[in-house]
Write a protein that binds this ligand. Structure first.
Ligand SMILES: Cc1ncc(COP(=O)(O)O)c(C=O)c1O
Length: 356
């Protein structure tokens, strides 16, 4: 996970910075981008010299395979600044490993680790003023790979582009999130690409999510494609259920993303003596627990929101509200995780990565 000063990076600086025109107090998540971006082409069977250049449009032929066959994968990670102006990332090696797991499944060549960390560190140092201090402020980092080879034959491309773009983010609060448990639509199937951050997994969720929005829900909790009777994950979050004082979350498998926040939270739960059961979660069990009044919380975990409490859910026309707790696990874990991310608490697990 070291950056390597012997790796060449072509750097072209933006002549001026846009930063003074940005209202950092009112950022809409994911719409403002920093001054620079990283790009690296795969040609003739190898990754070429990474480049850092001013953020801006790229040009590609309309026949590029990404447009026709969706050969594209991405990651989502964050950088944080502490009071001493040091820049930290949280478990970035896991994101790096995951983009290559996703790439492999989509027949995209894997990206070298030393290129990734050398270029990412250089990019973050160039755009360091975009990472604001203060609990909740961060820089959202979006690495992605696309197939750029022109040609509409349905076969994997020979040329790719690996890019990293960055977007400043405020503390992400979705407001009240009500979710619908999926009754018919599926996000992923056995043997499919659900475990990968393949672009098409996300595009395919938009239509069912729009239908759920018409019914007053913000998101869907997907159920297993075969029976729709087990709860799996949400659009960009893994899901935890608290029944009495036990947390339950589904095991990851080839339909479910192996979330970095999820596994961090499981580790924190274990060290704080909170019982976590990693097992299938039947819809019926959650309905019964809600009826008995022992379903205390549902929350999602993911890089964007860290921990996102869910205020209610719906299934087959019935709506259930969750109690508002003063001792919620969601708040407890969000605080614990964020303090580690912002270098405000001890990092027992070695999760923090200092950008040098
Ligand atoms: C489908 C899906 N599940 C879960 C997550 C949460 O993963 P992480 O905690 O690594 O951000 C994400 C976001 O990356 C996601 O896209």
């Amino acid at each position: 996970m070291k950056n390597d000063p012997t790796i060449d990076i072509d750097i072209k600086r933006a002549p001026t910075s846009k930063i003074d025109s940005i209202d950092f107090e009112n950022l809409k998540f994911g719409y403002i981008f920093t001054d620079h971006m990283m790009t690296c082409d795969y040609e003739n069977g190898s990754w070429q010299t990474p480049k850092i250049m001013p953020y801006g449009p790229i040009s590609m032929e309309p026949s590029a395979k990404v447009f026709h066959y969706g050969q594209a994968v991405f990651e989502g990670m964050k950088a944080f600044k502490d009071d001493q102006d040091q820049i930290w990332m949280f478990r970035p090696k896991d994101n790096f490993n995951r983009i290559n797991i996703s790439a492999k499944r989509m027949a995209i060549p894997e990206f070298p680790e030393d290129y990734f960390f050398t270029a990412l560190d250089a990019l973050l140092k160039m755009d360091k003023d975009w990472i604001k201090k203060g609990f909740g402020n961060s820089l959202y980092i979006r690495p992605f790979v696309i197939a750029t080879e022109p040609g509409v034959s349905a076969s994997p491309g020979t040329n790719y582009k690996f890019m990293i773009i960055c977007s400043p983010a405020k503390s992400y609060y979705n407001g009240e999130v009500r979710v619908k448990f999926s009754e018919n639509y599926s996000r992923a199937a056995d043997g499919g690409v659900g475990f990968a951050k393949a672009a098409g997994n996300y595009g395919a969720q938009f239509y069912p999510t729009n239908l759920a929005k018409e019914e007053g829900y913000q998101q869907i909790i997907w159920t297993d494609a075969n029976t729709h009777s087990f709860l799996e994950e949400a659009g960009t979050m893994n899901i935890f259920f608290r029944i009495n004082d036990t947390l339950i979350t589904t095991p990851t498998n080839d339909r479910i993303l192996d979330g970095i926040t999820r596994k961090s939270l499981i580790a924190l739960a274990e060290e704080n003596n909170i019982n976590v059961e990693i097992r299938k979660v039947p819809v019926q069990e959650i309905l019964d627990a809600a009826k008995e009044g022992i379903l205390k919380e549902i929350f999602g975990t993911g890089t964007a929101a860290t921990v996102n409490p869910i205020s209610g859910f719906g299934y087959k026309g019935d709506k259930h509200e969750l109690p508002k707790l003063t001792d919620s696990y969601a708040t407890f874990f969000k605080d614990k995780l964020m303090k580690i991310q912002y270098n405000l608490a001890e990092d027992k697990h070695g999760w923090r990565y200092l950008v040098k």
